[in-house]
Design a protein around this ligand. Sequence first.
Ligand code: ZN
Length: 199
Amino acid sequence: MDIFEEIKSKLDIIEVAKYYGIELNKQNKCCCPFHTEKTASFQVYPKSQSFYCFGCGVGGDIISLTEKLLKLSPIKAAERLNSDFNLGLNLKPHKPTRAEMAENERQQRKKGLVSSWDGWKDKALKQLIRRERFYKQAQRQFAPKSIDDTLNPIFVKACQSLEYLSFLIDELMAVDEIEREQTWQKFFLNDGEEFLKNG
Ligand SMILES: [Zn+2]
């Protein structure tokens, strides 16, 4: 059995669709996530473990659904399913790049799947990125000119802050929704907000 068949044998397409944000009704139908429409023409078939859209003609199985929803290659989609559903198959775990995560967010936003929390987080992310840019500039500007120079406190502060900022940004963009929210609360709401205020 190849890896795709193995993954398909272990998963249910309904469960996968729901996990990635497709809100199916009782007939396993919904508005298509791949084209704009007002009536539901996207159908998932649990019996054949497949899906089809009567509006735009897109269709396939669990792997192609994951591929299309998350904009991944087939092998990346397999890796992603393996890690998201803890299938324990011998594939290297998927560690998404920042670009992939940003794209994923963009897709979700397009589909209207963002919560108010996501909206709030977006603002914070912009703020953090702005802050990151500011400190990068300060770091360059106040860098010691020679090895004997005393370190400018602004330079030291910039170095420390950049490390923390980069950590926060990565954490905020983490794929796991729950982990993401916890991080948010832990770092951003508590000392994070303070951190932003004081620079
Ligand atoms: Zn469609």
